[in-house]
Design a protein around this ligand. Structure first.
Ligand SMILES: Nc1ncnc2c1ncn2[C@@H]1O[C@H](COP(=O)(O)OP(=O)(O)OP(=O)(O)O)[C@@H](O)[C@H]1O
Length: 322
């Protein structure tokens, strides 16, 4: 049986909004639950503002959740952690960001940027440091490594900078890597290389991934399972192929209609829908998707639908879709 490495149980995160008179909140995550198995690539998919990055930041403990729990390797990770425990958690759970340039200090050489994870996590002494850095740069395809170590981030291409970010993340041998739109700022040619590298590290090192993207076609290519988020809530989840070819929730169908490779038998006209993602300060009542939903009924604005199993391991938060 597969082992669960990460579990989110009813996680909620609201951000206070100032300057609007009464105290109001952005509902970035509301009752978010999902789990990730060891060695699995789980993709979190949704439009801009659906709560994907907030989810990543709660897992990495950049943000503290308001309610619910994040369980990593069977232990809750919320609350105050002592410095050494937090450091240990941060070495096991690494994150790669969307903007490969912004994530690298522009005044440091690649060699010096690559030293930090080894030094912070006390993984290599002075003598072995250079060899360890070279080894990890080679693993991400920066070969020969000497050619890159004296360079500054601005002297590298976008793809090379993202390779450095990945190298920095895998340097500490993480168990879980959270990749937040890692290819969205890269050229098509390098996107595939980065996605294949992520898969290779899963196969060779057993790293588990939470892969965040707004691109359903990319998620289908890379992920074993998919979680579809909309306006801070999970709408559908299940095996990647099933969520895509057998999309149940009208929101997943909408995302599919916007994907570059829609299904051959997919009826685009029927599922074309209106509107933008709603304000999360005052989210729609009932099902958050109902104002945009082509099959909404009057009940949909009243009750938040339960998420229910529609086939083995495949769950959807819609009562009326078939
Ligand atoms: N620090 C913050 N303070 C206030 N509101 C925030 C903060 N971070 C995120 N939000 C809001 O929370 C909601 C969810 O944002 P989030 O960045 O998690 O979405 P996302 O799905 O990752 O979007 P994108 O694809 O654009 O990154 C948005 O309405 C956003 O404006």
């Amino acid at each position: 049986m597969s082992e669960t490495i990460l579990e989110l149980r009813n996680v909620t995160k609201h951000f206070p909004v100032r300057g609007l008179g009464q105290k109001r909140f952005v509902h970035a995550m509301d009752g978010v639950s999902f789990s990730l198995n060891r060695g699995e690539i789980l993709s979190v998919v949704g439009e801009s503002g659906s709560g994907k990055t907030t989810t990543a930041k709660v897992i990495t403990r950049i943000y503290e959740s308001d309610a619910g729990s994040v369980v990593f390797q069977g232990k809750p990770v919320g609350g105050k952690l002592k410095h050494d425990k937090l450091l240990e958690y941060r070495s096991q759970v690494q994150m790669i960001f969307q903007d490969p340039f912004g994530a690298l200090n522009p005044t440091h050489t690649i060699g010096s940027i690559m030293e930090r994870p080894f030094v912070i996590h006390k993984l290599a002494g002075r003598k072995e440091l250079e060899a360890r850095i070279k080894d990890v740069l080679v693993q991400v395809g920066m070969d020969p490594p000497e050619q890159y170590m004296q360079k500054f981030p601005h002297e590298l291409s976008g793809g090379q900078r993202q390779r450095v970010n990945i190298a920095r993340a895998i340097a500490v041998d993480p168990l879980l890597l959270i990749a937040d739109e890692p290819t969205s700022m890269l050229d098509v040619s390098i996107k595939m290389i980065i996605m294949n590298m992520i898969k290779r590290f899963r196969d060779e090192k057993g790293i588990s991934y939470l892969y965040i993207t707004h691109d359903l076609a990319g998620a289908r290519y890379i992920a074993d399972r998919i979680v579809v988020m909309y306006a801070g809530m999970v709408m559908e989840t299940g095996p990647a192929e099933e969520v895509i070819s057998g999309a149940h929730h009208p929101y997943t169908r909408l995302l599919k209609s916007a994907a570059p490779q829609p299904e051959a038998n997919f009826n685009r006209a029927r599922l074309t829908t209106k509107g933008e993602i709603p304000s999360l300060i005052d989210p729609p009542s009932g099902c958050r998707f109902h104002p945009r939903c082509p099959i909404a009924r009057s009940e949909c604005s009243k009750l938040v639908p339960e998420i229910r199993e529609v086939s083995a391991g495949h769950f959807s938060r819609c009562r009326f879709s078939s």
